[in-house]
Design a protein. Structure first.
Length: 253
């Protein structure tokens, strides 16, 4: 019980230290770091040294390794931008063709029918009483302008994961203009993979009036180079108790 309390104290203190020095509080600290106690280690391994006191006054010194962030952006696909785009589109089509995905968010429900349309509606008694067309499917054209890989794969951040998520984007445009001050509704559809076992309507946003972002998790695109889910390495936090000088001499430490 006492060891467990000490571990919790150190994990908390280390999380605060990481938040201050690295600019982020890691909610998944336990999955990134493991705390190990050493009774006979003369010196701690290289790292950021953190000293703390437990509630009962015992002093510990811990060596925290520099954070290693998953680096999905550096896994550059060996395909040309055009071939990469065609591979992504083909994979998405195989996964979503003839499907409509729905996401309920309270008053509004959002619907995405791949290759057809994006919609926003309110339903009552199983009937759609208000409905807006949020955009129609684009036609993939063979552009004469050369593509770069940055044109094909972009990135966004999410508080649910510790890395930037790669995605492929399509614009569904020319939606209805009702209550939009004369402009037509548009939807950016972002296809990504943070869960390789499922395909789902994962998120929706309205960053500006009548302008939407739909996030579609497509498990199959995790197999495409550059879209794999990064593996976070578990790093060791080495700790040892700081003993009184006389006690240390008596123990020969």
């Amino acid at each position: 019980m006492k060891q467990s309390f000490i571990l919790c104290s150190i994990v908390f203190a280390v999380s605060v230290f990481i938040a201050v020095t690295q600019g982020t509080l890691n909610s998944d600290l336990d999955s990134k770091y493991k705390v190990h106690f050493y009774n006979h280690m003369k010196s701690l391994p290289p790292g950021n040294l953190v000293t703390m006191l437990t509630k009962d006054g015992r002093e510990y010194q811990c060596s925290v390794p520099s954070e290693t962030k998953p680096n999905s952006e550096k896994r550059t696909p060996d395909l040309s931008p055009e071939a990469l785009r065609d591979t992504i589109v083909s994979t998405i089509q195989d996964s979503l063709e003839d499907q409509c995905l729905v996401r309920e968010t309270g008053w509004w429900t959002y619907e995405f029918c791949y290759g057809v349309s994006a919609k926003q509606y309110h339903a009552a008694e199983k009937k759609r009483v208000v409905e807006y067309e949020a955009g129609s499917a684009p036609v993939l054209s063979k552009t004469s302008a050369p593509l770069s890989k940055e044109d094909v794969v972009k990135y966004f951040s999410s508080p649910s994961v510790s890395y930037r998520i790669p995605y492929y984007s399509e614009k569904y445009e020319n939606g209805s203009d009702e209550n939009c001050d004369g402009k037509k509704r548009t939807t950016e559809v972002r296809y990504f993979c943070t869960n390789e076992r499922t395909t789902m309507f994962a998120l929706n946003e309205e960053p500006a009036t009548c302008s939407y972002i739909f996030g579609i998790n497509v498990g199959a695109i995790c197999e495409i180079p550059g879209f794999e889910i990064p593996v976070t390495t578990v790093q060791e936090i080495a700790c040892k108790e700081v003993l009184d000088v006389n006690v240390a001499k008596a123990l020969g430490k």
